[in-house]
Design a protein. Structure first.
Length: 313
């Protein structure tokens, strides 16, 4: 995909990448965020009614190959899995629609996002960078979250460590617009739910875990049995805000089953594939359009810029 022809957007993307690296360190060939990850592969099977919501090809095909990346937060490639900063966990799903044709879902394990715009997110990162241990209170990050209710809510949302990547639930950060064969429109947010059920650790059990427990566990688990997730769509009501990732939709929103992901093996040559693969938060497929959320174009630019640097490292 080409870089957007928007100098301001590119400059903001580069500033965010630089701030990530200032906070976490620069690691050539490694992602600046969600640096520690693992790739698995399998297939997606659509639910019977998925194609009535969207005419996207993977909702009409019998099955579609997928690659899934699970990850920890931060740009630290060796962050211990039991470090609280490793939350929220990430998941990225690539649907392989044909030769060099794909669409992706990028999600994480906390429902929501701390800021509405990229400029606000850069301010948030700058505040974090200026709040090293020993900084007098109120620190810059305390001041930021104190004046940004959405960021405070995100920070205060409980983020327990999962027993497994396969027992965690994941949420699409931004809304998408589904279009069906008749052209009917429906805004949705993705949810990815584990068939094994949600299962988390308390603080004491988390501290007792090994530094690589999640990655060791998922590698062992997939070798013994398939790992399954449900892909769901939370449907926006007519009054919902669809261009602001900080705003939650109604708790009683309708949830529709889109299909199942079944993971059956690890990806061969994981390190090379992780260096090469650039996930895209913009769907770029007929039947699914991005919303006007300002985070989408920014995240796509960040992923592409950092991905190209990663490939050339």
């Amino acid at each position: 995909m080409p870089l957007p022809n928007d100098e301001k957007l590119i400059a903001l993307s580069e500033a965010l990448i630089e701030k990530f690296q200032a906070i976490f360190g620069a690691y050539p060939g490694i992602r600046p965020a969600h640096a520690k990850g693992i790739l698995l592969k399998g297939e997606f099977t659509p639910a019977a009614g998925a194609s009535t919501l969207s005419r996207a090809p993977h909702f009409a095909s019998a099955s579609t190959p997928v690659t899934v990346r699970f990850s920890n937060s931060t740009g630290v490639p060796l962050i211990p899995d039991n470090d609280p900063n490793a939350n929220p966990r990430g998941i990225a799903v690539r649907f392989h629609l044909g030769e060099r044709v794909h669409t992706d879902i990028v999600a994480h394990s906390t429902d929501g996002f701390p800021t509405h715009t990229g400029e606000e997110f850069l301010e948030f990162l700058q505040a974090i960078a200026a709040s090293a241990p020993g900084t007098p209170s109120p620190t810059p990050v305390e001041a930021f979250v104190g004046s940004h209710p959405a960021a405070l809510a995100f920070v205060q949302t409980p983020k327990p460590a999962p027993v497994s990547f396969a027992t965690e639930g994941y949420f699409g950060v931004t809304a998408m617009e589904f279009l069906n064969a008749e052209g009917a429109s429906q805004f949705i947010r993705y949810q990815i739910s584990p068939e094994a059920g949600l299962d988390h650790l308390n603080d004491e059990a988390t501290k007792a875990k090994e530094a690589n427990y999640l990655f060791d566990e998922i590698a062992t688990r997939v070798k013994s049995a398939p790992i399954a997730f449900k892909v769901k769509a939370q449907l926006a009501g007519v009054a919902e805000v669809v261009d602001d990732a900080t705003i939650h939709w109604a708790a009683d929103s309708k949830i529709v089953d889109l299909g199942s992901i079944t993971l059956t093996s690890l990806v061969e040559d994981d390190a090379a594939e992780q260096k090469h693969t650039i996930f895209d938060p913009i769907p770029r497929v007929d039947g699914i359009e991005p919303s006007n959320d300002p985070l989408l174009e920014l995240r796509a630019a960040i992923y592409l810029i950092s991905g190209r640097r990663r490939r050339s490292a």
